[in-house]
Ligand binder design. Structure first.
Ligand code: FES
Length: 173
């Protein structure tokens, strides 16, 4: 009769050990899942190969700037109708630049770089203008921005702008 209680004790001990191992595995699994989600979201943010359908040409009035938060870019429509997509990553160390409408310039909150409306550097330490993203405007007037490609510029040029078919100024065509 001494065997049964012992067997019970062993069963309880086994059960407690099993619960202990299971909760450890659950904690490890949860931690791993959270870690993977974190790495995955960082990867999505930095490397996603996505073409963003920004809208129709007429959705953007000349002289306006539109933030595409998900694509991490600003879409500028210049007064002459040209489009320019600017990466919101600072070319210094990659912080997100913010548009200051009052001052009409981009500010980097990390080390104080400032940029003009077209992304030119006003104050360092940023070593070069904001990166551009390629824009395609099809015959129907759909504006598409390739967020997977970033174009480094030594300076800002008129050729950085993209125009709807048949609307480019003579100096750009
Ligand atoms: S990351 Fe923008 S100024 Fe340093």
């Amino acid at each position: 009769m001494t065997g049964e209680p012992r067997s019970d004790r062993l069963s309880r001990r086994d059960l407690l050990a099993w619960i202990w191992r299971a909760s450890g595995a659950l904690a490890l699994g949860t931690g791993g899942f959270i870690g993977l989600r974190f790495l995955s979201s960082r990867s999505d943010a930095g490397e996603a190969a996505v073409v963003v359908n920004a809208g129709q040409v007429d959705d953007f009035a000349p002289g306006t700037l539109t933030l595409f938060e998900h694509g991490r870019f600003y879409l500028l429509r210049a007064d002459d109708g040209g489009f320019l997509a600017l990466s919101s990553h600072c070319p210094h160390l990659g912080c997100t630049v913010l548009w200051n409408a009052d001052e009409e310039r981009f500010h980097c909150p990390c080390h104080g770089s400032r940029f003009t409306r077209v992304g030119d550097v006003l104050s360092p330490p940023a070593p070069r203008p904001l990166l551009c993203l390629p824009i395609l405007i099809d015959e129907s007037g759909q504006v598409q921005v390739d967020t997977a490609t970033r174009i480094e510029r030594a300076s800002v040029a008129a050729t950085d702008f993209t125009y709807a078919p048949g609307t480019a100024p003579a100096s750009n065509s």
